[in-house]
Design a protein around this ligand. Structure first.
Ligand code: FAD
Ligand code: FO1
Length: 455
């Protein structure tokens, strides 16, 4: 593996070299193929003729994740566990506080080296940093998410897609290639490991339930592959023409699979290369799944204020301050937004799409967030409400794409200044008429609000 994928190497802190297995600490990349961190861990294990274990530390809560988010994740993990076990890579779930559970496991099994997957979110980086300071064996953080490793793509926060895009495309050929296939591991680990209580795991976590949600998406790498193939075969060709129309099914629907790492964007681009990479639809889609997606990791990695207004560019902060006192025609609080109780039916319909399906269509996601900004008393409160709703209800939430999408909507991150106006100042404005010009708003509203009003 290209060593530039190792984003952080924490050295061992003792002279004596533990002789036990190599451990892949899985978190963000929940699959067994197209997987650089896992492939690197197997490379290490093969070189030293050691067993290879995979551990997932299951946290009792993760940001605002709810019961159905964990259900989706655990259904996918069960498939991944089988794929790993079929390759004689033992899979273990440790439930509880990782900073307690993992060091104990490493001690007990005399683990000699840990590899984990890169994650730009600050609580995950702190967890990895603390782990490195607790354990005495080496810990490598490997980028299994970005096609071009994050620090190789750029050593700093980028202004926007227009500054990162050329850097990414210049290095795409160098980095876009098949990850070494995970082989049947030659060294089997003898010691008995705890069985995963798959049937009782989800209920053992006390998680909030959202009674409106009918998430039935099939989960796991197999379902992700099917979704990708179905998109390429039937929807990609219409992507450019209709990706702003929520009444047309042209988006890939890949975000839950990409968020949980059940599918890698590297796999998507390699699959696209087989189809017609040059068509405008493919180019538009690649812009989203390569440039926009890796720009989000860039923003969250290089700007620790990705989840608050301090992260916004200076021009935007000045503009927001200048318009704090502007009269808001409507003011709502979290409860009004939560169940779509605003004066705007289009906004309410978008919120009910979120409540019922765990997602909002890309175009409406921008509208949805910009209206939260327009109808709250401060940008700080708008950020808080948007993040709480997005992380608490969206299946693909709790993700760098989300924090960046919200910062783009409220704080002009990766956007430019627009003609000054009340409340929005120089932040890009969106409104109902703009939506009406793009798609059949009445049809969309009817889909999610229907006739019944909602309690
Ligand atoms: P497609 O258009 O098929 O895109 C394919 C993939 O490309 C997506 O899955 C995603 O990984 C990537 N992508 C597409 N658009 C963007 C974008 N604007 N920025 C970064 N990556 C992108 N995306 C999330 O994954 N999780 C979120 O929580 C999230 N919250 C958002 C909140 C707001 C306010 C905004 C404006 C955007 C948000 N996005 C989020 C980005 C985008 O809306 C979703 O990725 C997209 O709607 C997912 O549906 P899809 O996979 O069918 O999209
Ligand atoms: N990562 C973990 O290592 N352990 C968890 O228990 C866990 C739960 C979880 C629930 C919802 C969700 O959206 C993500 C979750 N993740 C968990 C984190 C995930 O693997 C990614 O690291 C983050 O979402 C950041 O990309």
């Amino acid at each position: 593996m290209d060593r530039r994928r190792i984003i952080k190497h924490y050295k061992s802190t003792t002279k004596e070299q533990a002789q036990g297995p190599i451990l892949y600490w899985m978190s963000r990349e929940q699959r067994s193929e197209d997987h650089w961190p896992l492939s690197y861990a197997q490379e290490l294990a093969l070189k030293e003729n050691k067993p290879l274990l995979a551990v997932f530390t299951l946290m009792e809560s993760f940001l605002e994740a709810n019961h159905s988010h964990y259900d989706f994740m655990l259904r996918g993990l069960k498939e991944v566990a089988k794929n790993l076990e079929d390759n004689r890579i033992s899979f273990v779930i440790l439930q509880g506080d990782p900073s307690e559970m993992l060091p104990r496991f490493i001690e007990e099994h005399r683990i000699s080296h840990v590899v984990t997957d890169f994650d730009p979110l600050k609580h995950k980086r702190n967890l990895q940093e603390n782990m490195a300071n607790t354990i005495s064996v080496p810990l490598d953080v490997v980028d299994g998410r970005n096609i071009v490793p994050i620090t190789t793509a750029s050593p700093k926060q980028e202004y926007g897609a227009y500054t990162l895009r050329p850097k990414l495309h210049k290095q795409l050929d160098e980095f876009l290639h098949q990850t070494p296939i995970i082989i049947n591991h030659p060294v089997v680990y003898k010691k008995n490991l705890p069985e995963v209580p798959w049937d009782s795991l989800l209920e053992s976590l006390e998680l909030k339930k959202n009674s409106y949600l009918e998430i039935t998406y099939p989960s796991g790498p197999k379902a992700a592959g099917n979704q990708l193939q179905e998109f390429i075969d039937h929807r990609l060709k219409n992507y450019s023409a209709h990706s702003n129309d929520p009444t047309k099914e042209v988006l890939s629907g890949l975000s839950p699979y990409l968020h949980f790492g059940q599918l890698s964007s590297q796999r998507v681009l390699l699959a696209l290369e087989e189809s017609d990479f040059s068509s405008s639809a493919t180019a538009d889609f690649v812009e989203q799944i390569f440039v926009r997606k890796e720009l989000s990791d860039n923003y969250c990695y290089y700007n620790s204020n990705y989840d608050n207004i301090k992260g916004f560019p200076d021009w935007a902060k000045k503009s927001l301050d200048a318009h704090r006192g502007d009269l808001r025609e409507y003011l709502y609080d979290y409860k009004d937004f939560q169940y779509g109780k605003t004066h705007d039916e289009l906004w309410n319909a978008a919120q009910w799409e979120l409540l019922k399906t765990g997602k909002i269509h890309s175009y409406l996601r921008m509208y949805w967030c910009k209206k939260i900004f327009e109808w709250t008393k401060s940008p700080e409160e708008a950020m808080e409400i948007a993040i709480r709703l997005n992380d608490g209800y969206s299946l693909d939430g709790r993700d760098p794409n989300g924090y960046t999408g919200i910062a783009w909507s409220i704080g002009g991150v990766h956007d430019r200044a627009w003609k000054e106006r009340p409340v929005f100042g120089k932040i890009r404005y969106m409104n109902y008429n703009g939506a009406k010009r793009k798609f059949d708003v009445a049809k969309y509203i009817h889909t999610y609000l229907g006739d019944e009003d909602h309690e």
